[in-house]
Design a protein around this ligand. Structure first.
Ligand SMILES: Nc1ncnc2c1ncn2[C@@H]1O[C@H](COP(=O)(O)OP(=O)(O)OP(=O)(O)O)[C@@H](O)[C@H]1O
Ligand SMILES: [Mg+2]
Length: 488
């Protein structure tokens, strides 16, 4: 009859014999020394048989704090072949990288675990006590903790509780290492939030499987959290954008009405002041004549600025892209583009733009069911920008507009429209901002920075498409629109 303490000691030594011989089998297999595997397997088998003998009958005194194996899976005796099979290094199921903290007060257990896990490609740090574990956890980043249940001073259960009470550490998965027959502790730990448990001595297949499953679960949880937070951020940004554009459009609409009245009033004053009989009254002496001159100039200047404000406000209104104000229609897309280029003819002549239109890329239907009004505005914005920024000061240049169709598997047929110039190009520092409302490099030339923000809204909101840009300073710019041939 062996007392509990001796049994405990013996089990500890057996754990080490099994652990080291299993590792040697792995290494022998990996280094081409297969001749050693058979004998090493016999050592492992013998040790496991001894383990079974020691485990019957087994009860663990509450004071035990080290390796006493009771797990049924270890009661089985494995043949050397089976043992060798378990440690076949070709099995790369658990090849994932991760940083693991092994917490065990028994240095031999620490070494066996860390060597084995390092062989599997993990980065390993070790802690010999609960206190050391908590210190390492707060100063380093780990993907997983392997935590011994029974340790002197601070046991695994207490370490786990402290981790779960910490807002950062609570997200690190913990696998309990249990060497004791008292499953009560393990159950407590699982209830307190441990992911899983591993019995000692470690079965390599189980070790691999539980660690990789836990790491995979952690990865999926993190991915899910990331996706959820990205989706929330995108939704919040879209909501802010919608609210802002609606507010801008609403305010613009409200301002436009009194502005119209101001403009009408000023025009009446100016027209009256221009009447010959009124002018004659003012010309009676030089003082009143100067007064008339001042009033005519001021009213002229004010009307001009009211006009500018009116144009700006019209742009602000467009930013909200109110589809209800536009009508959908089915049109021949190349014909619509040609009409748009014709609309721009006078400006193009002044700016010396040579605009070419190529619709030969459309191999199937030329009809587009969408918002023709919006596409005309979009093309106008592109052409005005080319006139103002690509070929400024009337230097002129070529503009290529090309349209083709694209059929992608499982997607509705699309048109792809490109507008390309070979002018100044866009500074790489600016390219990420050009679709932002109010971004402009042409403040002095009357630019408000709303043109491309409106284009972006029209394409994405109304036309259900996407717009992108490519540019190289000195070589030109190309805007690409993709949009469905038929709006849903
Ligand atoms: N074809 C182009 N070549 C070079 N730069 C361009 C071109 N198109 C746009 N840009 C750049 O993108 C910026 C934003 O264009 P956007 O049309 O939004 O505003 P804007 O033309 O400056 O003002 P608005 O259109 O409101 O009158 C421009 O200020 C310019 O710097
Ligand atoms: Mg513009």
């Amino acid at each position: 009859m062996i007392d509990a303490l001796t049994r405990h000691e013996l089990l500890n030594w057996l754990n080490q014999i099994i652990g080291y011989s299993e590792m040697l089998i792995e290494e022998a297999d990996g280094s081409g020394q297969e001749n050693l595997i058979g004998d090493l397997g016999k050592i492992t088998c013998a040790a496991q048989q001894m383990l079974v003998q020691l485990q019957t009958p087994l009860t663990c005194s509450p004071s035990c704090h080290s390796a006493i194996n009771t797990n049924d899976s270890h009661k089985q005796t494995a043949s050397p072949d089976q043992v060798a099979h378990h440690f076949n290094p070709v099995d790369t199921e658990c090849n994932g990288r991760g940083s693991l903290l092994v917490v065990d007060d028994n240095p031999a257990n620490q070494e066996i675990l860390s060597r084995r896990l390092e062989n599997q490609g993990y980065q390993i740090a070790m802690a010999g006590s609960g206190v050391e574990a908590l210190e390492k956890l707060t100063s380093n980043r780990f993907d997983l903790v392997l935590l011994d249940v029974m340790m002197p001073d601070m046991g695994g259960y207490e370490v786990l509780q402290r981790m779960k009470a910490d807002t950062v550490l609570r997200n690190i998965p913990v696998i309990m290492i249990s060497a004791c027959s008292d499953m009560g502790q393990v159950i407590l730990c699982i209830e307190a939030g441990a992911e899983d448990y591993l019995p000692k001595p470690f079965n390599s297949t189980l070790l691999k499987a539980r660690i990789s499953a836990t790491l995979e679960k952690k990865r999926l949880c993190e991915q899910e959290r990331r996706y959820a937070s990205q989706a929330m951020q995108t939704e919040a940004a879209l909501e802010r954008h919608r609210a802002l554009t609606q507010a801008v459009a609403g305010v613009a609409h409200e301002i436009n009405t009194p502005l119209g009245i101001v403009k009408t009033g000023l025009s009446i004053i100016r027209n009256r002041l221009s009447l010959p009989n009124i002018q004659a009254l003012f010309r009676e002496n030089s003082e009143t004549e100067a007064l008339l001159q001042d009033m005519l100039e001021s009213s002229g200047l004010t009307i001009k600025n009211v006009d500018i404000a009116h144009r700006l406000i019209e742009n602000f209104k467009k930013i909200a892209v109110d589809q209800l104000l536009e009508h959908q229609d089915t049109v021949d897309l190349p014909a619509l583009l040609k009409d748009t280029v014709d609309l721009f003819k006078i400006s193009a002549r002044q700016a010396r733009l040579d605009i070419r239109l190529d619709a030969s890329g459309i191999l199937k239907a030329r009809e587009w069911h969408g918002y023709p009004g919006y596409l005309t505005q979009i093309m106008m914005n592109f052409l005005q920008n080319i006139e103002r920024y690509a070929y400024p000061n009337g230097i002129g240049g070529q503009v290529d507009i090309a349209v083709s169709d694209r059929v992608l598997p499982a997607k509705a047929p699309q048109f792809v429209l490109t507008v390309r110039d070979y002018g100044a190009g866009i500074n790489p520092e600016h390219i990420g901002k050009i679709f932002d409302p109010f971004f402009t490099t042409g403040r002095g030339k009357g630019g408000t920075g709303l043109g491309l923000a409106i284009v972006n809204n029209m394409v994405t909101v109304a036309m259900q498409g996407a717009v992108s840009v490519e540019s190289e300073p000195g070589f030109g710019t190309c805007f690409t629109l993709c949009f469905p041939k038929n709006l849903t």
